[in-house]
Design a protein around this ligand. Structure first.
Ligand code: GCW
Length: 701
């Protein structure tokens, strides 16, 4: 009898565990009910959250004190930074900050240390402060609930229900952001619907802002430049028209009456068919400054995107620089230019945008893409921290050696009061938020790097894994535990290698934009749509012909290299010195050109594609070992997606090599695996993305 009862208790406990494992808790998987001793003399919505998080989850015993210290002009940590002191002897932790938000971030950091297995009572004192003032998510969420380039379901924002009904996920979203230091969000797509500024929608935005505020999160909106005419009924949206200026001033006042801490506007103008100041014969400066003037009285800002390009004769990669450099210094002080990490468009690998560091009188902010538009959607495991680190650590040389992209944008090199970094969000209403369990790591990594870009990818992967999978806790014996330690190391390695693997099987050696037209999932290097914009077709980028492959951006070609500061212009501009990783970005290389490895371009291409495939197969082997240590649901989700990724990698390799082979007419090196697809079949195949939420995908004919 007793045994049966125990058995039932066991079964119920097990069911509860399984039920709980739906990935919805992200990296915030603390055991609750700790009832820890937390002391904080003040109370406020932000502080109350800091206290309750610790009270619930702090397992360190002793006491944690949260203290606001008087702000002083010498306090370099600001309102968001903090000092954390711990004493082993007294089992005490004290976090001090000049601001409430600093204490909230300190509290989350303490819990992060706990969950990632740090020694909680090593006598220590350290300070933390964010690298960028604004660490902001950009949601490409449409008002109809769809998400442009979103792969985790529909929008989190239930516009139909707002403002009356507040989904519990809003608070969970805010909490997750705060836990990694993200302090702002743009709620709607940069391809903005004018209706977002209608009073109806502003009331919905107000309701969201109220949920986010206690987590230190400020709300911004993307605006459509033609809103005065489209929504306001004006005859024009010309930024120099006094009636248009007045319209914006009135609208901005309405917004601030509803949301006093509203952050400002994000603007995509005269880009990919969206309206902008050019439509009225005005410039980006006219447009941005007009909005900035309306926002200024409320301390609002304008984030004006530099993602602009027109079909024409000139290289797309050069256009943002050409269009924006002449305006350097002409923007108002509450305008910041938002620049994608690379000069084209979030490709798996690009060199950094030459605008970084070059604009010296205007603040510039990097825009990174967390959602995996070009890296396998939510099917492929691709940890993006290494890619972002590569960009942030690229040396622009604009002010001598060490003027890295990070340092020219975070205020270290140029004195700027406005510093910011944006990430295009990968969240949706899927239970697990991001589609792929490992895609959560990219949301996490964006926050951590925006806070501290000197963290290594390894540190970030390490702490995310420890918090998200708790492998060590699974082991029952010492052998189990030491296996878990080894597995943790292998999984970290898998994450760290995953971005390079994706580059290898999709677009190695600097190739870019070989994607299928429209949805950007699979390969279509041959794509040729009559009437399509040439700069939206892969041929524009790979330029394969009988002689060779790649885009000549050297002095003999488009001369995009001239936009880079010395010595990079020469380094990139010369085939012999250009890094292999970027060689086809900058050069049209002969098929038989011998690279540093001693292999010809063609052979090297085959090797890199194959390496990508092999790497993914390696990830499968590592992941299968996790079966005993990870809950069944997440284990199978990842396992299933790795299968898709492995199939897709072969598809990418076969498609690109067989297609390029029609130009090189060279054999795939005989020691390498042979293609398993026919080029003709792959060219006829159309990916069905109408139901992209439920795999399987991949080339199966
Ligand atoms: O990467 C491209 C995307 C578009 C996107 C655009 C942009 C929101 O394919 O979907 O539009 O860039 O960043 O504006």
């Amino acid at each position: 009898m007793k045994q049966t009862i125990f058995l039932w208790i066991g079964i119920l406990f097990f069911c509860e565990l399984v039920r709980a494992e739906d990935s919805s808790r992200l990296w915030l998987r603390y055991d609750t009910g700790a009832d820890a001793r937390i002391v904080c003399e003040q109370s406020s919505p932000i502080l109350d959250i800091a206290v309750s998080e610790l009270k619930n989850a702090w397992q360190g015993g002793g006491q944690v004190t949260l203290q606001i210290r008087p702000a002083s002009p010498w306090d370099e940590l600001g309102e968001e930074g903090y000092t954390l002191r711990s004493s082993g002897q007294n089992r005490e932790v004290t976090i001090t900050s000049a601001g409430e938000k600093g204490l909230l971030y300190g509290a989350y950091h303490l819990l992060r240390l706990q969950e990632s297995g740090a020694d909680l009572y090593a006598d220590q004192e350290f300070t933390e402060k964010p690298a960028y003032n604004l660490r902001i998510l950009n949601h490409w969420d449409n008002l109809d609930g769809t998400i442009e380039r979103g792969y985790a379901g529909h929008s989190l924002w239930q516009w139909d229900e707002l403002p009356g009904t507040l989904s519990p996920r809003y608070r969970q979203y805010a909490r997750a952001n705060a836990s990694v230091g993200i302090n702002a969000t743009v709620l709607n797509n940069v391809n903005a619907n004018p209706r977002i500024l209608s009073t109806d929608y502003l009331r919905k935005v107000q309701a969201l802002a109220a949920v986010f505020r206690p987590y230190g999160i400020q709300v911004f909106l993307s605006i459509n430049f033609s809103t005065p005419s489209e929504l306001g009924g004006l005859a024009t949206s010309d930024p120099l028209d006094p009636a248009v200026c007045r319209w914006w001033e009135t609208k901005v006042k309405e917004i601030y009456d509803l949301i006093p801490d509203f952050g400002g506007f994000l603007v995509k103008a005269n880009s990919e068919g969206l309206p902008g100041p050019h439509d009225f014969g005005r410039t980006h400066v006219d447009g941005a400054n007009m909005l900035a003037a309306a926002l200024k009285p409320y301390n609002g800002i304008v984030m004006w995107r530099a993602f602009v390009y027109e079909p024409g004769d000139d290289d797309r990669a050069k256009q943002a620089y050409q269009e924006f450099m002449p305006f350097d210094g002409q923007f108002r002080d509450n305008v910041i230019i938002q620049v994608k990490n690379g000069p084209v468009d979030f490709q798996p690998r690009e060199p950094f945008s030459p605008l970084f560091g070059a604009m010296q009188q205007t603040p510039v902010m990097p825009e990174l893409q967390i959602t995996q538009e070009y890296t396998g959607f939510s099917n492929h495991l691709c940890f993006l921290a290494p890619m972002w680190k590569e960009v942030l650590e690229s040396d622009t040389w604009q002010q001598g050696e060490g003027s890295t992209v990070a340092r020219v944008t975070d205020g270290s090199v140029y004195p700027q009061s406005l510093t910011a970094i944006a990430g295009v969000a990968n969240t949706g209403d899927d239970v697990n938020w991001c589609g792929h369990p490992f895609a959560q790591a990219n949301w996490y990594a964006f926050g951590r790097l925006a806070w501290d870009h000197t963290l290594t990818s390894q540190q970030i992967a390490d702490e995310w894994l420890a918090q998200t999978f708790s492998l060590y806790k699974a082991g029952e014996t010492e052998t189990d535990n030491s296996r878990a330690v080894l597995l943790h190391a292998q999984l970290t390695r898998m994450m760290l290698d995953s971005h390079e693997a994706v580059v290898d099987y999709m677009m190695p050696l600097g190739l870019h934009h070989l994607f299928a037209f429209g949805h950007h999932y699979g390969p279509e290097p041959w794509c040729d749509l009559p009437g399509a914009r040439p700069d939206w077709l892969p041929r524009y980028y790979h330029r394969a012909d009988r002689e060779g492959l790649g885009f000549d951006r050297s002095a003999t070609g488009s001369n995009a290299v001239a936009q880079y500061h010395a010595p990079l212009n020469a380094l990139y501009g010369n085939m012999d010195s250009c890094p292999d990783e970027l060689i086809l970005w900058f050069h049209h290389m002969p098929w038989d050109y011998v690279l540093g490895t001693g292999r010809t371009l063609w052979d090297e291409l085959c090797y890199w594609y194959n390496r990508g495939v092999e790497e993914v197969r390696g990830f499968q082997k590592v992941w299968d070992q996790a079966e005993r240590y990870v809950d069944d649901k997440r284990f199978r989700q990842v396992q299933h997606r790795l299968k898709i990724q492995a199939r897709d990698a072969v598809w990418w390799r076969d498609a690109c090599l067989l297609y390029f082979r029609t130009f090189s007419r060279l054999p795939i090196p005989y020691e390498l695996e042979r293609p398993v697809h026919e080029l003709k079949d792959m060219m006829e195949y159309r990916i069905d993305i109408t139901n992209f939420e439920c795999p399987p995908y991949g080339f199966t004919k």
